[in-house]
Design a protein around this ligand. Sequence first.
Ligand code: COA
Ligand code: MG
Length: 281
Amino acid sequence: MNVLLPRSWLYVPGNKSDLVKKASNGSADAIVIDFEDAVLTADKPVARSQLIHHVELLKAQNKLIAVRVNGPKELLDQDLEVLRTCVPDYLILPKVESPSQIQYVVDQMKGFDTRIIGLIESPIGVLNAPLIAQSHKNLVALSIGSEDLSFEMQMQPCWDSLYVSSMQVNIACKAAGILCIGYIGSIAEFRELDRFKLSVERSAPLGFLGGFAIHPAQVAILNEVFTPSGTEIELARRIVKEFSAAQNESKGAIAVDGKMVDLPVARRAQQLLERFGHLFD
Ligand code: COA
Ligand code: MG
């Protein structure tokens, strides 16, 4: 399903064609072809040379396509050379610590108008998130890289340890008018799915939109949690309709289902419909 905003982004090592094929047949909204941590240095040329083939495969299945490039300049330059010949829907830049890294990619991809997602994976990245988030109009979202950040912070990736930094990045995103993708928890959790689901369920109401996965079992959870229920959509439609009617009667606040609805409540309902209403038409 090709949704406006991906609920699930499934990573696949860029040199593993068999996994790309499986991902193309799976239920993830977006596939992230990884050139970075999941691919050993010796295998990176293979990942780059297979990109065109992988993109064709995924496009045929109507998947949104992202490529996660490498951070260090020499590897990044080689990645970007390939991306200029085969432009994905999104470019994911890892280990972002300053606005200059975003600007560098924008300059190198000049003329392609590539949408960039930045990964914040270090303490300095978290502290600079407000500047990074506002750095360029092509930056559409930020996300915490839970495993790298936990390594840098010498902490275990869990709700308590990731909460503050995740919310700092979330606030930086909202202040800049961009999206915050992710959940407060470890992406590596693909066997203990109850724990993974709990993290995503607790994160979604905090304003995170969609999340990354490394395994198909996580995708099902992301799609479920980040899709509003039919009841929520029905309520949102009623809120918008009744609030609009109330405004025509010069009322700024009304009650719907025992809860007060005023402008911000109605706007939130409207936003939900804009993002997901088409899934329920
Ligand atoms: N994309 C597509 N298919 C995947 C997949 C992925 N990311 N991860 C697992 N699968 C497939 C497996 O190939 C297997 O298929 P099969 O039933 O046809 O044999 C099925 O899903 C079940 O996989 P499972 O046996 O539970 O896991 P595994 O031990 O084969 O793989 C990982 C575990 C972690 C090695 C694997 O999920 C993976 O490589 N994930 C991506 C890692 C990555 O990109 N990391 C960088 C981002 S942080
Ligand atoms: Mg990493």
